[in-house]
Design a protein around this ligand. Sequence first.
Ligand SMILES: Cc1cc2nc3c(=O)[nH]c(=O)nc-3n(C[C@H](O)[C@H](O)[C@H](O)COP(=O)(O)O)c2cc1C
Ligand SMILES: CCCCC(=O)C(=O)O
Length: 387
Amino acid sequence: MPGQPAQYQNEIYLHGLADQVPPFTTDATLVESVARERMAPGPFGYVSGGAGCGDTMRANRAAFGRWRIVPRMLTDATTRDVATTVLGTPMAAPVLLAPVGVQSIVHPDGELATARAAAALGVPMVLSTASSYPLEEVADANGAGQRWFQLYWPNEPEVCASLLHRAKLAGYSALVVTLDTWTLAWRPRDLDQAYLPFLRGTGVANAFTDPAFLAGLAKPPEEDQAMAVLRWVSMFTGQDKRWDQLPFLREHWDGPIVLKGIQHVDDARRAADAGMDGIVVSNHGGRQVDGAIGALEVLPEIVSAVGDRLTVLFDSGVRTGADLLKALALGASAVLLGRPYVYGLALAGEDGVRHAVRSLLAEFDLTLGLSGHRTPADLTPESLRHA
Ligand SMILES: Cc1cc2nc3c(=O)[nH]c(=O)nc-3n(C[C@H](O)[C@H](O)[C@H](O)COP(=O)(O)O)c2cc1C
Ligand SMILES: CCCCC(=O)C(=O)O
């Protein structure tokens, strides 16, 4: 991404939104309503929906509202520098694209478009185990970009080892192990529409290209697709994992390991005790436990308990530049963007992802400067007040 992120603002003022970029809003809090009009109901419900009545999704947003930025004046913030390095990965801004499975349900190019956009933006993408393209093809599309691999930890060790081996060979530099989704929550929007992408054969690309997975099938997927899909899905269902099994992942992965879905300070301590390199404080965008605490609420206590022992990342509910600033001020090293870039993908493919992320980064850059900060490292809890 050449120059300051906020140059995007000038491009838009000078040339107009429709000339430069896909003609949809630069406001990530509104893009969902644009997407609702243009997306098919099944995929829209799947992406936008959460667990139960959506209480946790609302709590995620409300938590941001309770922290307020307190701007400082006459500071040196004319030129900002938002680039950073997290767990050895350089990034143009403290942002990664969150692992989101089954992206071909919103756009035929799916993760390939996301991978190209991420490379152009200079931000890493985290590829889901449940991607709609094989991890090697996504790596090719990402090219010289930065990429991490998200693991849904299969209950067959050979398949797990095989996926990790493939991810390493394909240049994924860090591993994100998602702990909060060992079964899908009660999701009324998907239940009402009987819409589950996996059972329709999406999100199985990494299985159907995996030698260890294929070796365990009685019949190849071409002969019995339904059985193969069920086997893949059942491989991730069930809570058979415990803290003492983390060394298995270390044996099979020599890069950084990050545990995603941490919400309790004691779990954060256990991750640090287990020698993990990082955690993502996250409630999966409110898609798993309805009635849960807003993810940002638990960030400060987790940072103060383990921030000196591992890297703390954050997601769930980030929609604006101010949200990003707040999460960083409360101690996150970087933030994972979820639904906003997926709506960008749905609305305009690769260009849509770029537009959605550039808009958010431009807003972040301007908010950072106007509140008196030059770099993300200048942000501290003192930049905020809890209201
Ligand atoms: C449609 C969709 C699919 C997702 N798939 C995955 C996944 O495959 N693996 C994973 O770890 N998280 C997955 N997530 C969760 C995201 O990584 C992230 O935690 C969440 O989107 C953050 O919340 P936000 O979208 O409200 O910002 C998914 C989220 C959405 C919206
Ligand atoms: C096996 C679940 C993958 C998708 C996912 O994480 C979600 O829908 O939230």
